[in-house]
Design a protein around this ligand. Structure first.
Ligand SMILES: Nc1ncnc2c1ncn2[C@@H]1O[C@H](COP(=O)(O)OP(=O)(O)O)[C@@H](O)[C@H]1O
Ligand SMILES: [Mg+2]
Length: 353
């Protein structure tokens, strides 16, 4: 069961502080949408307004086409999971999961069936009699998920639910959350400041910055086609080379950017403004090493960092600026070497400075 979710002109101010500019956002029924952004960008505020825990200053919220702006949190058909699991310490696991159902006055049989199903779903069926303090952090977070899933909300809001777990467990739980999303079929809105988590989990990512939406799209939209400098630098590792267009570059067939002390080829883009500054985004994995003078630009290798599956190479460019390239381990780059760099201009992105 899932429902479409809509925010229309939804905004929040605290006195002079704008926590969220008036914002439009549509989440499709059954979609997994992630709010990604730095701390303080308004993610939690947006989520809590959807939940009904924070009253908006402007705009409205619709769930399944119904205006719920003034509906109580408990009557919105929404489930919520936070970073702090907030399990009741004096209740068994089973009673924690049953709590929301009992609050909703479900029959004993219904409660039993739903709790057993929810515990099985998070693979904690054996743990019903334990108390929260007898569980690890990861197990407690599974119980928090089960408690939310038990009453089958059509929209599930998750605010940094894996934030307190270590890296290995977090990655495991990410896979679990993906599986649970598929099994439940509910609409998920997930908050994180971790870009890897956002890219791996989501159907779409809503990137937030400074109390507004910076860009919204599929993970590959954001990674391959960032719309702004902020989006380019927040998502993935980015080399951003700032420069200006070479004379005649706009009219000519091969536009050239003068940057980092070299003449760099650009994809033939429609919106080249001759007078303004531009930024070329080069992803580390798009760069290839060739002999010096055989590429678009030469770089001196400053450092080589081993990452297991591949190697990150730090280079300095002719104007002294730095650049990161990623190369396979077979290349064995050496510190101090001069190398040429080449790339497919169509795998780069040109942004306004
Ligand atoms: N209750 C509040 N009172 C005053 N300012 C708040 C309150 N809640 C959030 N803010 C401010 O609103 C902005 C957005 O906060 P928040 O939504 O929590 O960001 P995020 O979840 O992205 O870290 C921040 O500047 C924060 O300080
Ligand atoms: Mg937050």
């Amino acid at each position: 069961m899932s429902a479409k979710l809509e925010a229309i002109g939804l905004g929040k101010r605290y006195g002079e502080t704008v926590a969220l500019e008036p914002t439009d956002l549509t989440v499709q029924a059954g979609e997994f949408l992630t709010l990604l952004g730095p701390s303080g960008s308004g993610k939690t505020t947006l989520l809590q307004m959807i939940a009904g825990l924070v009253a908006p200053t402007s705009g409205r919220i619709e769930i399944a086409g119904q205006d719920v702006t003034h509906v109580d949190p408990g009557k919105r058909g929404i489930g919520m999971v936070f970073q702090s699991y907030a399990l009741f310490p004096h209740m068994s696991v089973w009673d924690n999961v049953a709590y929301g159902l009992r609050m909703r006055s479900r029959s004993r049989d219904e409660v039993r069936t739903a709790v057993d199903a929810a515990l099985a779903m998070v693979r904690m069926g054996e743990f019903g009699k334990r108390f929260p303090k007898e569980l690890s952090g990861g197990q407690q977070q599974r119980i928090a998920l089960a408690r939310c899933f038990a009453y089958r909300p059509s929209v599930i809001l998750l605010d940094e639910p894996l934030g307190a777990l270590d890296k290995k467990l977090r990655e495991h739980m990410q896979a679990e959350i993906r599986r649970l999303h598929k099994e439940l079929g509910a609409t998920f809105v997930y908050v994180t400041h971790d870009q890897d988590e956002a890219l791996t989990l989501s159907d779409r990512v809503c990137l937030m910055n400074d109390a507004r939406i910076e860009q919204i799209g599929t993970p590959s939209d954001l990674y391959d086609r960032p719309a702004t400098r902020f989006a380019a630098s927040f998502i993935g590792h980015s080399n951003l080379l700032e420069g200006s267009l070479a004379d005649g570059a706009v009219a000519g067939s091969e536009p050239i950017l003068l940057a980092a002390g070299a003449r760099l080829p650009l994809p033939r883009a429609a919106n080249l403004a001759p007078s303004s500054r531009h930024v070329l985004l080069l992803r580390p994995e798009a760069l290839e090493f060739v002999e010096p003078k055989q590429g678009f630009i030469d770089g001196r290798i400053d450092d080589v960092v081993f990452f297991g599956s591949d190697t990150h190479v730090q280079l300095s460019l002719p104007d002294g600026s730095g650049l990161t390239a990623r190369c396979s381990r077979t290349l064995s780059p050496r510190i101090g070497d001069l190398v040429g760099l080449t790339w497919d201009p169509y795998r780069t992105t040109l942004l306004h400075a």
